[in-house]
Design a protein around this ligand. Structure first.
Ligand code: GLC
Length: 687
């Protein structure tokens, strides 16, 4: 049951596509009060209530104890105290004696104080008075999530090749560097499906251009890579370079498609290319125009994109620099007040992404002029929409890979997201683990983090452990910043352990893709907290570092340096499979309860649930070469069991064809490992 309560005159966000009943009177469950001209909502939590949600947000799976400011931010230093990350996903579920969900559909900032100021008080503070509150009642947190997902519509579906391993690094400068990356992966037997092209492929960081000097025959190069089973995925940035004669700039200016200052001039911010204008993604003509531009790269053979810097991120504005200059001119360098130095430091480091700048430009929302800060959280989401609607025009039958850095719920229907810039920190591996179910709750299913960490220097063991988790995330991309230590899977000397771990991914793809597709098509979650599967198990409710992945398995990644394994809680008897590679595995039936599971840095423990099946195909060097005619089945059964696998060509869009489901059935076998083709069991052998 979903009710909606409309406050003021909300700016349409495009988040909700389903039906909700109009709520009458005061909003249910929340007490509303007015403070300093703002509306606040309070909810008194029980001591053991859990609060889930907020999608791409910091801290734990249970959000209690923190403050979260939903305001899309370029925030790579995700320390525990950071309140805003790249996405804004205002959906929460409180669950305990009763379960209730809230979605605050608001185009501008919303603050959630979840037991930070007062341990049992949840406080929601929208920054404006125009928003809609959706209240969702259900029998459990999981039920509420499913209803919410129905309300916001089906998630974007990525092509299957995007489940392959993907290599990225900001600073691959030219064709030869990319060739080299591919060559080494192939030579060392490290599977690979895509290489990313970061900003350096462009001519002067100009969107929709390719440097002639560094990629002299781009379509030919794209084909050369494609012949080796590798797709190239270029980045597209939000800012359009100001340069006379550059067609995108000229058109945007001529047709009034850029964001404007109060005086009607085009707003200017400094980003990668220097001075840029921001396309007005809140305007439907601008979206159509920008979306159509992706065609030039698609025509060169490109099949996927990542949209970046679309919070929008600004390094500086000229107004900001002028203010800083004036401040410096008046600064008393003779002062011995340390507070003044701190202020100086803050002023200088605060030149990027200033609130004042976000308050100084305007959108033309198809006739209505709106100041940016009022729709800030929708900007990146509408860039994703622009691209997706373009693809719909010129590639209606073929899926194009698309994911974005900034997002607002609603954009999950148009593309995936990655979790933005992180660091090569063990704590960010753990954050990645904890964030996956929250992202799924908010509709983001094609998602993942920069494996190995974007900033800082990665180590061999961190990359191995991160990959051992990343083999389960739909987006499995190793990405690093320019200037950091190399962290390709061959960068640490020996490559065997890396190749082995990535090879496990390739034998898991049919299962992962199937679980992903079923989750997309049924508004379900692929990554679930244990509590969603074992609601009656009080201990399972508290586990945050183990996840259910699809219907058959539980994972318990190792995320601490020098660990030789970890404690794992089994909510039921399970079959432990320790993968050393796709084909080398050890098995052990484990009893319900807490166990220490040894896991060396080159081993991946997977827990198969009782009476569930895990189908594995033979590993391959890329998805083009995947053979799904034969499977091995790992099962732990005391009953007749069946697994319904979703399998299609991975690229076309006729998702609802019933022929896409194949079934594996196993009868009366207690613990099997066999070579199996769908429907027929060819061979069974006990382990
Ligand atoms: C941003 C992106 C990052 C990219 C870099 C250069 O920081 O988040 O992924 O590598 O810009 O384009």
């Amino acid at each position: 049951m979903i009710k909606k309560y409309v406050y003021g005159n909300p700016i349409p966000t495009n988040a909700v596509v389903g039906e909700a009943e109009n709520g009458e009177g005061a909003v249910q469950y929340l007490s509303e009060l007015e403070m300093n001209g703002k509306l606040l909502f309070n909810y008194a939590m029980e001591a053991d209530d859990i609060v889930y949600g907020l999608g791409e947000a910091n801290r734990g799976l249970n959000k209690r104890g923190g403050i979260y400011r939903s305001f899309c931010s370029d925030e790579p230093n995700q320390t525990e105290d950071r309140q805003s990350l790249y996405g804004a996903h205002n959906f929460i579920v409180i669950t305990g004696m009763i379960s209730v969900g809230f979605f605050i559909d608001c185009a501008s900032e919303v603050k959630f104080d979840i037991g930070y100021t007062s341990p049992n008080m949840l406080n929601i503070e929208p920054s404006c008075r125009d928003f809609t509150v959706y209240v969702i009642e259900g029998k459990s947190a999981y039920d509420i999530v499913r209803q919410f997902r129905e309300l916001i519509g089906r998630s974007y579906i990525a092509p299957r090749w995007a489940f392959g391993y993907q290599q990225s690094r900001w600073s691959y400068m030219n064709e030869d560097e990319i060739r080299e990356v591919v060559r080494i992966h192939r030579e060392r037997g490290i599977p690979l499906d895509a290489v990313y092209m970061d900003i350096d492929y462009m001519d002067g960081y100009k969107d929709f251009t390719v440097s002639n000097e560094r990629f002299p025959d781009f379509p030919q190069f794209v084909q050369e890579m494609r012949d080796q089973g590798v797709r190239l995925v270029p980045i597209i940035d939000a800012g359009v370079k100001i340069e006379e004669g550059y067609d995108i700039y000229e058109e945007g200016r001529q047709y009034q498609l850029f964001c404007k200052r109060a005086d009607g001039s085009d707003f200017v911010a400094g980003v990668w290319p220097g001075r840029t204008h921001f396309p007005d993604f809140m305007n439907s003509n601008a979206r159509m125009w920008f979306g159509s531009k992706y065609k030039v790269l698609i025509d060169s053979g490109i099949e996927g994109f990542w949209n970046d810097m679309n919070e929008p991120a600004m390094f500086y504005t000229e107004e900001g620099i002028a203010e800083a200059k004036e401040y410096l001119e008046n600064f008393d360098f003779a002062t011995n007040d340390p507070g003044k130095f701190f202020e100086l430091r803050e002023r200088m480091s605060g030149l990027s992404n200033r609130m004042k700048d976000y308050e100084s430009f305007y959108h033309n929302m198809d006739g209505t002029i709106v100041r940016h800060d009022q729709v800030h959280n929708l900007y990146g989401a509408n860039m994703t929409r622009a691209a997706a609607e373009g693809f719909e025009q010129f590639s209606p039958d073929k899926r194009i890979l698309l994911f974005s850095r900034s997002s607002y719920i609603g954009s999950h229907r148009y593309g995936g997201i990655w979790t933005g810039d992180n660091q090569s920190w063990w704590s960010h591996l753990l954050l990645n683990i904890k964030m996956m179910p929250s992202l799924n709750m908010c509709g983001y299913l094609y998602t993942g983090a920069d494996l190995g960490g974007f900033g800082c220097n990665c180590t061999r063991d961190l990359l191995l452990r991160w990959l051992a988790f990343g083999i389960f995330t739909p987006l499995m991309r190793n990405h690093a910043a320019a200037g950091t230590r190399r962290q390709e899977a061959y960068a640490f000397g020996d490559t065997e352990d890396f190749a082995n771990i990535i090879s496990i991914r390739y034998s898991l793809i049919p299962y992962l893709y199937s679980e992903y597709m079923k989750a997309c098509l049924n508004n379900d979650m692929m990554f679930r907290p244990l509590a969603f599967e074992y609601p009656a198990d009080n201990f399972a409710r508290t586990v945050e570092d183990q996840l259910m992945v699809g219907e058959s398995i539980m994972i318990a990644p190792v995320y601490e340096q020098n660990a030789v394994g970890r404690y794992v809680y089994l909510p039921e008897d399970m079959l432990l499979v320790i993968f050393k590679s796709s084909s080398v595995r050890k098995y052990q039936i484990m009893k319900k309860g807490m166990h220490f599971i040894p896991a060396a840095v080159n081993e991946v423990p997977v827990f198969v649930r009782r009476n569930k099946l895990l189908p594995l195909c033979r590993t391959s060097k890329c998805t083009d070469e995947m053979d799904t005619s034969m499977f091995e089945i790992i099962a732990f059964t005391d009953d007749n069991i069946e697994y319904l696998m979703y399998e299609d060509d991975g690229i076309s869009k006729n998702y609802s064809d019933p022929d896409h489901y194949v079934s594996f059935a196993i009868k009366d076998v207690d613990g099997v490992l066999g070579a199996v083709s769908p429907k027929t069991i060819v061979k069974l052998s006990l382990f």
